[in-house]
Ligand binder design. Structure first.
Ligand code: NAD
Length: 517
């Protein structure tokens, strides 16, 4: 793979020297520390799989230290006023914006994501903090629910120290999406980032510390899922786990958290359909279909990895997708011209590559791509499978790469059946100019988020999350506070109701014994 040297490469060289040479530590109780047992692991850059840095590898002992630090800090952070939390969160956003280029370059180096998307992902991280900063003062607000003889009112209080476990795809942005509302709510955090992409979590911890977040409010423990991650989900001081990752890991976490009755919020996998009817604006649909599977290397939970196309336009539309796919620039993630970079890890690369053979074995046609690019690194060509059926593995399983499966359908009923005939239900995309059909179809589609005549355009107040095997709970707007906070009801008697009198030897005048619950 040829490499064009750009200012990003110079910055990358400087950041490797200044930030990565000495390895990454945990951040516990406001201190940068090694693992208690001294264990480390090596992380690699997906461009050529050469070592990137050494990372402290946490276990149950390190998690315990972090959970205790979060618990202690919670006793004061919960009392900090909303206005002060707002100011600190805005300061964090300022610092993220000021260092967005560093964050973007480190993210590209660590994950293989193209730099053209990583700058905006870093800025989105800042927006997440701003959005929840402004909501912090009202996070505890409740409702007034008057009843005869009573004034009921509700309020919300932070649930306590929470665990945040994040995956390797766009890790910086996803972490902010979880951590910002938790802090705005008044919770303290122990963050366990993915072992394949730990770099920007370290930068985020540093930024939050610099912004004046009190010690112990945010803690970072690196490590493997089976050790550090598992210990976090089992720790009795941790009240809830906000998890983003694979569906099967969500099941593990639910089991692991059962003994301590963890509240869980899961954002899991997807096999999201984009349905293209023959009356749609096909030029716009084409742009969106191509963007939603090949951007971010296809390593995106909301990617539309199944395209369902109405029969009459199937051949022409798939030919247009294939042409675009062949023109996509695969290459060095730090090159601004690159559209698809290397996949995050050799193991993930092998997984994605394995579907090229599966597709052929199952009888689908590889209309574009379907092969490795270059001799080293985890590069695959943007791929399109045509003449696929919905019961094939390429249509049912989350491949999580730049790989699209195209399936024809006859009519609306068949399209809806195919769209829903998977275990997942995260997002769905619909292209039609028939208004009535758009509403009808959207109501029938089993997905937590649906876009009509659009790609994924996120609006932060709206709910984000999935149905079926794609998740439990919603993020965004006030929905995040529902997770990170307890709702309490306070009932105040106005002194006019009658309490049932026991032990006075009289039968009740009015039937009132069963009133309580
Ligand atoms: P993963 O489930 O393998 O790992 C995610 C995190 O969980 C990592 O930090 C890992 O160390 C940790 N983990 C693993 N085993 C654990 C255990 N037993 N206990 C506690 N923690 C454990 O997921 P991944 O491969 O890193 O990420 C890709 C997946 O994430 C895809 O399935 C993708 O769809 C999903 N994802 C979903 C959303 C969404 O919003 N629905 C967003 C991004 C990614």
């Amino acid at each position: 793979m040829t490499q064009t040297l750009t200012p990003n490469h110079e910055l990358a060289a400087r950041l490797r020297e200044s930030r990565l040479k000495d390895g990454l530590k945990h951040f516990i109780g406001g201190e940068w520390v090694d693992s208690q047992g001294g264990a480390t692991f090596q992380t690699h850059t997906p461009t050529d799989n050469s070592p990137l840095t050494t990372v402290a590898s946490g276990d149950a002992t390190d998690i315990d230290r972090a959970a205790r630090a979060a618990y202690d800090a919670f006793q004061t952070w919960r009392e900090v006023g909303g206005a002060e939390r707002r100011n600190i969160l805005h300061k964090i956003a300022d610092l993220i914006e000021a260092r967005a280029q560093d964050i973007a370059v480190l993210e590209s180096l660590d994950t293989g994501q193209a730099i053209r998307f990583m700058k905006s992902a870093a800025v989105r991280g800042a927006e997440n903090f701003r959005f929840y900063a402004d909501r912090a003062p009202a996070a505890g607000d409740g409702q007034s629910l008057p009843a005869p003889g009573f004034l009921n009112y509700t309020l919300r209080q932070p649930i306590g120290p929470v665990g945040v476990i994040t995956p390797w795809n766009t890790p910086f942005m996803l972490s902010t999406w979880k951590i910002a509302p938790a802090l705005a709510a008044g919770c303290t955090v122990v963050h366990k980032p993915a072992e394949w992409s730990p770099v920007t979590a370290t930068l985020l911890a540093e930024i939050m510390d610099e912004a004046g977040l009190p010690k112990g409010v945010h803690n970072l423990v690196h490590g493997y899922g089976e050790s550090a991650g598992k210990a976090l989900t089992e720790h009795p001081l941790i009240q809830a786990i906000a998890f983003v990752g694979e569906t099967v890991t969500g099941s593990h976490i639910m089991r692991q958290g059962a003994d301590t009755l963890k509240r869980v919020h899961f954002e899991l996998g997807g096999k999201n359909p984009v349905v293209v009817f023959d009356d749609a604006d096909l030029d716009k649909a084409l742009d969106a279909v191509v963007f939603m599977i090949y951007s971010l290397n296809g390593e995106r939970c909301t990617s539309s990895s199944r395209v369902l196309i109405q029969e009459g336009i199937y051949d022409e539309f798939t030919a247009r997708i294939a042409e675009r796919a062949r023109n996509i620039r695969v290459g060095d993630p730090l090159d601004p011209a690159t559209e698809v970079g290397p996949l995050v890890h050799p193991r993930h690369f092998e997984k994605v590559m394995s579907y090229f053979n599966k597709a052929r074995e199952e009888g689908a046609t590889v209309a574009a791509g379907g092969e490795r690019v270059g001799g080293e690194g985890n590069y695959v060509s943007p791929t399109l499978f045509t003449r696929a059926r919905n019961d094939m593995r390429i249509a049912q399983e989350e491949i999580f790469g730049p790989v699209l499966t195209a399936i024809p359908f006859r009519d609306e009923a068949e399209a809806l059946h195919l769209a829903n005939d998977v275990k997942y239900g995260l997002a769905g995309y619909l292209w039609t100019n028939d208004l009535t059909r758009a509403h009808r179809f959207a109501h029938g589609l089993e997905a937590g988020m649906i876009w009509v005549n659009s790609e994924n355009v996120r609006h932060l107040p709206t709910p984000f999350g999935g149905m079926k095997n794609s998740g439990i709970g919603r993020d965004g707007g006030d929905y995040s506070f529902e997770f990170y906070m307890e709702t309490k009801n306070i009932a105040i008697s106005l002194g006019t109701h009658q309490t049932a009198r026991l032990g006075v030897g009289q039968p009740p005048k009015v039937p009132q014994e069963g009133a309580g619950e």
